[in-house]
Design a protein. Sequence first.
Length: 459
Amino acid sequence: MRTNPGSTVKIDVDVMPDSTTYFSKMYVCFKGVKDGWIAACRRGLVKAVKERVPAAEHRQCARNIYANFKKRFKGEQYRKLFWAAAASTTQPKFEAEMNYIKTIDPLAYEHLMERDPKSWCRAFFEVDRACDAYENDISESFNSVVDLARKRPLLTMLEEIRIYAMERMYRMLLEGQSWGNLKICPSIRLKISKLKKQQRFWGVIISGVQKYEVRIGNDGYAVDLNNNTCGCRSWQVSGIPCVHAVATISYLNRNAEDYVAPWFHTTMFLTCYNHTINPLNGSSMLPEAPYMKPLPPQKRRLRGRPTLKRKKDQSEMESKGKRRHIISKACSVNRCTICRERGHNRSTCPTRPADVASTSRPKNKKPKKCKKEKGKVEPVQADPVDPVQVPHVEPIDDPAPHVEPVQVDDPHPNVDVPAQPVATRKRIRKYSERTTKIGLRRKVLKKEGSTGHNPMVLE
């Protein structure tokens, strides 16, 4: 209040029965923000808000209307028809879009008509307001900026918002001064340049003094340059010449920027941001207040885990590329694969044979394969042999006679006789060797690595 005289600060506290005060809420409005708002708005707004609020125009955010609408009526067709109806600037065009919705689903038509179209459709907005916004983008953009500050403690949050507002007002002032001799804001100039490219398809017919008729095919609109009006009502609602007005102005070789509402001029932009917020000293430089300090608000722990982010709508996730393909089973019907009846599956089917129920296996399910451990060979089990009845033989007490070995003379003593191979047990190959042999055998069969006349010989 000392550095920014004229600012408004209000603090509300809760008084307990023992006269203890707890902080409840706070309102702060700086003098620079207040002067900038009043300087750029229409005169008499303060009295109009106080005296004629019931008669003032109130609008709803069309995005919120559509968010509730698409919960019951989903689809790309409904989305296009809704936004076409909301953006229409004439009642006949609005009724045509709504009748198309009615032919698709009468319940969708009734749902939208119950939401008061006068508050979210441009066809019913009052003229000479120089604002055709049917979405709440201003508050949404501000909330996105202060999103991180809202997680801070109270004083820290207020300081971050104050610093942001102080920097933004001066930054916007410098940006407006950098525009030089531009008559209107750059964003409005960009819209006018796009309309100049579209106006070449429209034909202009003179009707009287500053009155013209603009036509394309069967569509025609009356344009009055004296009163800055057009039959499509877009010029009156937005304050920016529509494509029909731009076609007429170009037909007369005039500048379309001269017909833009004064609220979009550079001078008005500089007037709005010409007021600044004065800097403040730190908390250590503040004097002691003679009043009793209120206690922080009492903590109220809610059920469940505390939420830091709001629940985003499906459309917001799709716009950011995070689209989840989930198939709902709400309207699906499950039937038995044996009798094709509802209420049970194949495992509890009454017409299923008992022997099949115990031995059958579900479809598309392969039997499990036993995994072989590497380096191990499973023993081969021999076929079972039927036992043979062997007759009982009495043992012989007389032992066998002893036979002396007879030495035979070698007829060829000087000839080397090759040694006879000793019968040994066949070596079992390792797992790696067997896989290598199998791979080589396949190559031989496919004639890979060999000419085919002399294939590799494998054991």
